[in-house]
Ligand binder design. Structure first.
Ligand SMILES: NC(=O)C1=CN([C@@H]2O[C@H](COP(=O)(O)OP(=O)(O)OC[C@H]3O[C@@H](n4cnc5c(N)ncnc54)[C@H](O)[C@@H]3O)[C@@H](O)[C@H]2O)C=CC1
Ligand SMILES: O=c1[nH]c(=O)c2[nH+]cn([C@@H]3O[C@H](COP(=O)(O)O)[C@@H](O)[C@H]3O)c2[nH]1
Ligand SMILES: [K+]
Length: 498
């Protein structure tokens, strides 16, 4: 249904007036609904050769994406990008950990050599069993109840552990298969093994039941190796070539060149190096916010672009360096040039709720990348603290350009090896507990589908067609309209989306 009236602005006109707009500045005008919400298909591409069933990417930050987050993202049909603020071998181990499981659970069981004694392993009530391992192979286990019932606790683990080969399941068992085994055999846990008998993890019934309580998982992101897909970030230094080699050996599926200003000689050369050395590997360049930055990286051979400079919740780049762009304008501008070469765009940073995701995707992005939105979840690295003032559980969340993160490892790449004066471009903070992403993401995706339905877009492609045919109309919201668009005028209220 074409627009008969001149009502609202097409994006082309709105974003060409010299203003840097962000998501909150703009609002879409509704169109025509002729399909149900569930008919909205949000499958997409992260990069040229990486298809996803949901447009969801977790940020390569050390308080956001390690193995647990990346496995959960893949299980949901999105993808996680493992950060590089660790040694190359640690980063490669995280890739291997994602590739060696089919359930979005990571439990790090306690294990000991069979000729050692159990000392204080069962002191914590959270430890239901101890595994007897020689190198990486399971020899047996002792359950907490067995241990508590022992008269002589001085014996070696090997003398008291149970040996039961049936406790093991292969690495590619999914949640349903593991659940069935636990139920059928009345077990409290199973041990997941890789080919060759190497122990991957041990999963308790309690954890499996917890994950079963979340919305049913859809189509996970599985690569041509039959394993979950996972990405990793690297920099543009000479040493990053060695890092890359280790990541490739570990099976990484896509590489993100992680920089605030990707249009540099260093990045152009790195893109060419990656494509020359590993032609099968997708490489995502960025970050960019302008059409000419994007064009340069497309010419160099990128398979995807990451958009956003200073828009992140922990970013101070625009304040410190006076460079960047409002994220709605950046996403629209970069996407319009990238679309001409068929290069998918990741809208990175500045996402606080589902409406921002709708805006990013409809303005031309193929996926959204999030840091703060995911940082307080069960799957994010780190433990929860209790915030006495806010009366809630929180997890640490920090910028990769914060002094603290630079001190942890990125400083060498951050300001150049010889730089003496360090300037932070990010802060350290905390975000509230969000629960598991296995619940957060499906509910948020449902909200995104409702937004697409209101616009009459049944897929990302149809949203982009509406955008480019100028059927999609939008307007800038004044600050009063923004207030009106939020909850207002109430003495108090509780906001709960699901
Ligand atoms: N999206 C955003 O708005 C921002 C993101 N960040 C995040 O902070 C982290 C660090 O970002 P950046 O500082 O931009 O990292 P970067 O590695 O791109 O740049 C750090 C410095 O090293 C230089 N450099 C890079 N490769 C070089 C080479 N081969 N030889 C000589 N010099 C070289 C760069 O020109 C720059 O001065 C990343 O995780 C990034 O995502 C930081 C600021 C803003
Ligand atoms: O200016 C910055 N200084 C930093 O220290 C920093 N660390 C991360 N990032 C970028 O922010 C994105 C995540 O943003 P959100 O929390 O808003 O999702 C990330 O995906 C990055 O693009 C930084 N930007
Ligand atoms: K910011």
């Amino acid at each position: 249904m074409a627009t008969e009236f001149e009502d609202g602005f097409p994006a082309e006109k709105l974003f060409d007036q010299g203003y840097s707009y962000t998501y909150d500045d703009v609002i879409f005008l509704p169109h025509y609904i002729d399909f149900p919400t569930d008919a909205v298909n949000l499958s997409t591409k992260l990069s040229r050769n990486v298809p996803l069933s949901i447009p969801w990417v977790s940020s390569p930050m050390d308080t956001v994406t390690e193995s647990h987050m990346a496995s959960a993202m893949a299980a949901l049909g999105g993808i996680g990008i493992i950060h590089s603020n660790v040694t190359p071998s640690e980063q490669a181990d995280m890739i291997r950990s994602v590739k060696s499981r089919r359930v979005p659970i990571l439990s790090s069981p306690v294990f000991k050599a069979p000729d050692s004694r159990i000392v204080d392993e069962f002191d914590s009530n959270d430890v239901p069993f101890v595994l007897g391992l020689r190198e990486t192979k399971l020899l047996g286990y002792i359950a907490r109840s067995d241990w508590l019932g022992l008269k002589d606790r001085e014996v070696k683990l090997g003398e008291i552990m149970r040996t039961d080969a049936n406790v093991c399941v292969p690495w590619d068992y999914d949640l349903g298969q593991i659940d069935e085994k636990l139920k059928k055999e009345g077990r409290d846990f199973v041990v997941v093994e890789k080919e060759g008998g190497e122990v991957v993890d041990a999963l308790t019934k309690e954890e499996v039941d917890r994950v079963k309580g979340y919305p049913k998982l859809g189509k996970g992101t599985v690569g041509s190796d039959g394993r979950w897909m996972v990405g990793a970030a690297i920099g543009t230094r000479e040493s990053d070539k060695e890092r890359l080699e280790q990541l490739v050996k570990a099976g990484v599926d896509v590489i993100v060149l992680d920089s605030s200003q990707g249009n540099s000689v260093y990045q152009v050369e790195m893109i060419k190096y990656v494509k020359r050395t590993y032609p099968e590997l997708d490489v995502i360049g960025g970050n960019v916010v302008t059409m000419s930055q994007a064009q340069n990286l497309i010419k160099a051979g990128v398979d995807g672009l990451r958009v956003g400079m200073g828009s992140g919740s922990i970013c101070t780049t625009q304040e410190v360096c006076a460079v960047g762009r409002g994220q709605a304008t950046a996403v629209y501008k970069v996407s319009s040039i990238a679309a001409q070469s068929g290069i998918p765009v990741i809208a990175d940073g500045g996402i606080s709720f589902s409406g921002h995701i709708v805006k990013a995707l409809v303005l031309g992005a193929s996926t959204v990348m999030m840091g703060s939105f995911l940082a307080g979840s069960t799957e994010a690295p780190g433990a929860y603290d209790y915030d006495e003032k806010k009366k809630c559980r929180v997890k640490k969340y920090r910028g990769m350009g914060s002094l603290e993160a630079m001190a942890k490892g990125s400083d060498q790449r951050y300001l150049g090896d010889t730089a003496k004066l360090k300037i932070a471009q990010g802060v350290v903070g905390a975000v509230a507990d969000k629960g598991s992403v296995l619940k957060l993401v499906p509910y948020t995706m449902q909200a995104v589908k409702q937004g697409f339905q209101d616009l009459g877009a049944s897929s990302l492609q149809s949203a982009h067609d509406l955008l480019r045919s100028k059927t999609l109309r939008l307007e800038v919201r004044t600050s009063a309209a923004q207030v009106e668009g939020g909850v207002h005028g109430l003495a108090s209220h509780e906001k709960k989306a699901f």
